[in-house]
Design a protein. Structure first.
Length: 290
């Protein structure tokens, strides 16, 4: 069986499970999903949001912790009400999505645990650069959207990897011996993850921009230049060029994507330097806040 054939089978299996809410890996927690639905309401009532968050002490603690972090002046927030007010709707939405997505990149299995952790670091790096790009391009109001798009651009990969591991276990238990090598494994994941990521984003009722960033980030859109998908495309190449990516990277390809993106997004050396400055350290710091 070729990698493309196996990837097609994985797609069908996973998309079916997502549609039926039978995916073995964690989807968005019910309470987080309920809060996100409230945050989309035009007649938003923050008191209802706070009451929902109070039902999950760990989630409430994360909200308070983020609101008390250095990004918000390091002033301790003593109540959930104060924390939610300080964060605002957009930041709270981003936090809920981030915490939910993070669960997908955690595995106790040694075969994929390290790879998923590295993939999460890559996703955070892409998110940070995409958010900064949005700001440098004069689209400050879309910064959180760009961050979420960057964070989720590879969200299908851990799902495919996990389900592929389940399938391998079933086959090897029945037949014995090994099934596929690591290179073949990665090829299947890379071929199958895009449609799975789109299905997850739609299942989570994420903004259309996030769905498009997952679906279309393989190519720049030259007709509508300043979009989250274009920011993610550039940021993805930057993160790979900086070595924040699991596995091997085609540096020539990454450099070509960066060069095209610099022209399309009108980025000079100073801006590119700011985007890449201490990127790895920023990824570590971002992880520490969650």
């Amino acid at each position: 069986m070729s990698a493309a054939q196996l990837a097609g089978q994985m797609e069908q299996i996973i998309l079916g499970r997502i549609a039926q809410d039978k995916l073995s890996v964690a989807l968005m927690p019910t309470l987080a999903n309920r809060v996100l639905v409230l945050l989309q309401d035009a007649n938003l009532n923050l008191k209802r949001v706070i009451k929902l968050l109070e039902q999950d002490p760990m989630l409430a603690a994360r909200v308070i912790r983020l609101a008390s972090s250095s990004a918000y002046g390091s002033t301790p927030m003593r109540t959930l009400d104060m924390a939610v007010t300080r964060l605002g709707v957009q930041k709270l939405r981003t936090l809920l999505i981030e915490l939910s997505a993070r669960q997908l990149f955690i595995s106790r299995d040694p075969r994929i645990g390290k790879a998923l952790k590295d993939l999460w670091d890559h996703s955070v790096a892409v998110a940070l650069v995409a958010r900064d790009l949005s700001a440098f391009s004069g689209h400050e109001k879309d910064m959180e959207t760009a961050y979420v798009c960057g964070l989720l651009h590879d969200v299908g990969k851990p799902v495919v990897a996990t389900v592929l591991l389940e399938a391998e276990r079933a086959v090897t238990t029945e037949r014995g011996g090994s099934w596929i090598g690591s290179d073949f494994w990665l090829e299947v994941v890379n071929l199958a993850h895009r449609k799975v990521g789109v299905a997850l984003a739609e299942k989570w009722m994420l903004p259309d921009e996030a769905v498009k960033a997952i679906e279309e980030c393989a190519e720049y859109d030259s007709t509508n230049r300043m979009t989250p998908a274009n920011f993610v495309r550039f940021a993805n190449a930057v993160a790979k060029r900086e070595g924040i990516y699991p596995g091997t990277t085609d540096l020539e390809d990454a450099d070509a994507i960066i060069m095209i993106g610099r022209s399309l997004l009108e980025l000079n050396d100073e801006i590119v330097g700011k985007l890449t400055a201490s990127l790895r350290e920023r990824v570590v710091a971002q992880g520490a806040e969650l």
